[in-house]
Design a protein around this ligand. Sequence first.
Ligand SMILES: [Zn+2]
Length: 939
Amino acid sequence: MPNVKVKRFAAAAVAAAAFAIPATLPAAAAAQGYPQQNVLPVWPDNPNDASIGIGVIPYDEIAPKLNALQAQSNRVSARVAGKSSGGRDLYEVVVTAPETPAETAQQEAWKQLFQDDPVAARTNEALLANFKPTIFVNSSIHGNEYEGVDAGLRVIEELATSTDPAVEQLLQKTRLVVNVTANPDGRIAGVRPNDAGYDPNRDMATISQPETAVIRQLIVKHQPQFSLDLHGYVNRTLIEPTTPPHNANYEYDLYIKHALPLAIGMEDLIKTLPYPEVQNGVVIPFRDYPNGEWDDWPPIYVPMWAMFHGAIGQTIEAPLNPRGNLAAAERARRVAGNIDVHTAVIKTALKYSQDHRNQLLYDYAEYFRRGWAGEPNVDIPDGFVPGWDAEDNYKTEFPRSYVIPTGPSQRSQAAAKRLVDMLIGSDVRVTKAQAAFTAGGKSYPAGSYIVDMHQPKRGVANMMLEPGMDITDRVNDLYAAPAGWSHGLTWGATVDTLWDENPAVATERVFAGEAPGALPAGNTDLLLDPQDAADLRTLNALGEQGVKVHRLPDGSVLVPASARALAAEQAAANGSTFTSPPASWQGAELDKVVVAYTGSAEPRDVLADLGFEARQVSAATLTTGLTDDVDVLVIGGSLNPTSLNQANRAALDAFLARGGGVVGVGTAGAQFVNNAGLLTATATAAGGIASGVASMVNNGGPIANGAQPHSFILQPVWFSNLGAGAVVEQAYAADPLRAGWWPRTGNSGRGNAAGKASIVSHTTAAGNGVALIGTSVFARLHGKGLYPQLGRAILFAAAPLTDDAASTSEDGTVGGDVPATLGLTLGAPASFGAFTPGLARTYTASTTANVISTAGEAALTVSDPSPTATGHLVNGAFSLAQPLQANGSALPATAKTYAGPVSNDVASIEFTQAIGADEPLRTGSYSKTLTFTLSTTTP
Ligand SMILES: [Zn+2]
C-alpha cells in the first residue's frame, strides 16, 4: 500500500483591522437637460391583447399616449429603454420640471456625490435645497397584474398637465421615473411570466432576462430613493415593509424608519377611497403577518434589489382581482379601485419625499457612508420602530475585500469574467491589480480583480459574494425560495475572502471583466478541461465546424493540433484556456454532439448557453424528435417510458439500441432511467423552500472532476439504492447545507441527503452512457457553476469509456508500461486570514492537491498527526473549541476518492473552521501541520 505524504500548514492569525481612505471619482458629464423627448414607435393594434377584456389600457395604446403627453408637456420624457423577451418595447418615462443642461449636470453631479463622498453630500447646502429625490415606479412586472400600468400612466398625465402651482413646485424638487409596462409580453398574453417563460420578479439575483436587465439599468442610472413595485392581488391591499427574515446586507434601520411610516401614510390615504374592501386598512406584512410569511430575504425581487442601492423599496399588491368570470360592472369597479389604490401609493411617496426631505437625504447618504467606512451591521434595538424586535435582527460580517484571481488559481477565467461583469453591472466598484501581489498568504498575478469592501455599495457586493447563512432555525417559511444564492460560491469562479486585508497593490477601476482565452505554445494537440459553460461553447463550436475531438476519462477533451486555428478563435471568443495534453492518452472520439431534451424553458436555455444543438421532445414526439443524429437525451421534465404509445416507445428503444446516452436531472431523470431499465436509482427530493448553497464532496470522474465543492440547490434531489456499476462522482457533504433553508430531519431533510449521491455516472452492459444530476442545474438559470457539470455529463453520455467507471477498470489493460505511480503536490497553503474575536462565524480556506495515480482506485485523505488537540487548530497551549473540517468532515477526512487512474487531477480541499461568539481567542496564530495522504489498496 504505497502512500505519499506532504505536510503543509493550515494557519490563521488574529490581526488588527486595516483602514483606508475612500477615493473619489469625477462626476459623470451630462450633455442634456430635461425634457429628453423621443417619438416612440407605435405598435399595431392587437385584438388579442388580454388587457382589452380586463378593461385596462392595451399595449399598443401606450406609445401613442406617451407621444401625445410629450407633445403636450415639457415635463415628460420618454424613451425605449430596451426590449422584452418577446421583442416588445419597454418604456422609460421621466417626469420632472424642465431643466437646463447645466441644471441636469448639477443633479447628476450631486447624485454622484452621494456615492463618492456622502458626508460632503449631506452637508452641501445647495444639494439639500435643490437635489431632486427620485421615485422609481415599476409597473406590472407580473403581466396579469394589470393596473400598475394604468396607475403609472394616470400619475404621469396628472403631473404633466396639472396647472396647480403645488404640482409645479413638486416637480421642481423631484423626479418620477416610471418603467411603464415592465412585462408587456405577460400583459398581452394575460399571464404572469414573460414570453420566455420566466417570472422576472424572481430574476433580479440572476438577471437572465432582458426585462430585468432593463430594470437593473434604470435603478443604477437613476439611483432612486424610492422603488415602488406595483402588483396585484391581495385583498385589502398589501404594502411592504415585510416580515423577517431581512437580508443582513441592507442597512435596515435606515430603511424601516422610513418604510413603515410611509406604508402607514399610504394606508391612511387608501382608507379614504370609496371601496368597502379598503375601509379597514391594508395589510402591512411587517406589522400584520407572522415571521417568514412575506419577507425581503432573497434579492430576487425588484424592490429588494433596489434596497441594496439605498432605496426604500416596497411591493404594493392592489386589492381587487379583476380576472375570471365577473359581471362587467363589477370588473370595472375592481379595475378602478386598483388604479386608485396604486395612484394613492405613488402620490403618498411623492409627498413623503418632500415632507421628510432632509432626513431622507441624510439617511440616504448614511447608507453609503457606512459602506465607505466599512462599519459593521448596526445593532437595531427592540422597539426601534413599533414591532421591531429580536426576530427582525439579521447580521452579517463584511470582509475587508474579496479577490477574484486570474491565473492558475482561478478555476475558470470565463466564470471570473461573468462574475465581474455581474458585479459591475450591479454598480459594484471592481479594480484590477496592476502588479502581482500577496494577500492572505497567497500569491496573485497582476490582473487579478479586487473588490475593496470599503465602497458605497458594499451591500450589493456582499449580497452576491458572501456564502450566505443558514436560516433554517430562524424561520419556518419564506415567501419564495431561494434562501441562499451566493454568486461567490455557485457561479463557477474562484473567489477568495480577505477578512482583514485589502491588498497593498496599485489598482485601476475596471468596467468589464476579461477572459482573453489561452493556448499553449507550439503546434501540439490541445487539452480543454471544461469548467464553465463557455468551454462547452468552445467545444460545441468546434464540433459544428467538423472538428473531431477525444474525451478523456477525466472529462477533459483533446483537440487535435490540426484544429489549432479554430480552437484559438473559440478560445478568444469564449475565454477558454487550453493546456498541453498528456504524453499518452486514451479517449473516446466525439464529433458534433446533438441533444434532445424534455422539459421547457430552463433546459432549453441552459443547453443553449452550453452551445449544444438541442431540440425539445415529449412523449408524443419521440418518433420525429429522436432522429438518428441525436446523441444524448436530457431528461429535464417527466418522460415515462412505460406509458409511451407503441410508436414512441419504438423510437426510444431504437435510440437506446444504437447506443444513445441519457442524462437525467432530478426526480424526473431518475424515474426515466429506472423505467427505461438503464439504472436502478431511488430519487428523494427536498420540498417547499429547501434551497440555497449545498456543500458537496467531489469524488472525481468524467463529470465531477474539478467541480466546485458547492452547488446551487432549489428543492435538491439525491439518489440512493443505486444499481450495480453506478459510480457516485459527487455526493452531498456530511452537513450539506452551507447557506439557505433546509430542515435537518425527515425524509426530505438534509440529514437524509448527507453523503448521498448528487452526480452519478454509469455505463450499461449495452454501452449506453447514463448520468444523473440531483443539484439544481436548471433552476431559474442561477446555478452557473453547475452548467459545465451538465455539459460534461452530456459528453460522457455521448461517448462512455470503459475506464470511466471504477467497476470496469479492473479488467482493463493499459497499452505500454506504466510504472506504479502515486504523485501528490499541494497548492498554496490554506489560510483562514484573521479570526475576529466575539463574532460567531464559519471561516473558510482552500487549497488544492495535484494528484497523479496509476492505481485502480485511490483516496486522498487529510489527517492531523499531532497528539495535541488532535483535529483542532492550536496556538501554543490554546486550541479552538470546534474541530477543523476538510470538505465537510472532521479530520481524518477523505477529501477525494478516485475510481480509476488520474493524471494531474486538481482536487480542491476546502477547510472550514467555526468559531463561536463567546469563544475566547488568544493573540497569535492558530495552526496545525496536516498530513495529506494519497493511498491505494489496488495498486
Ligand atoms: Zn405580482
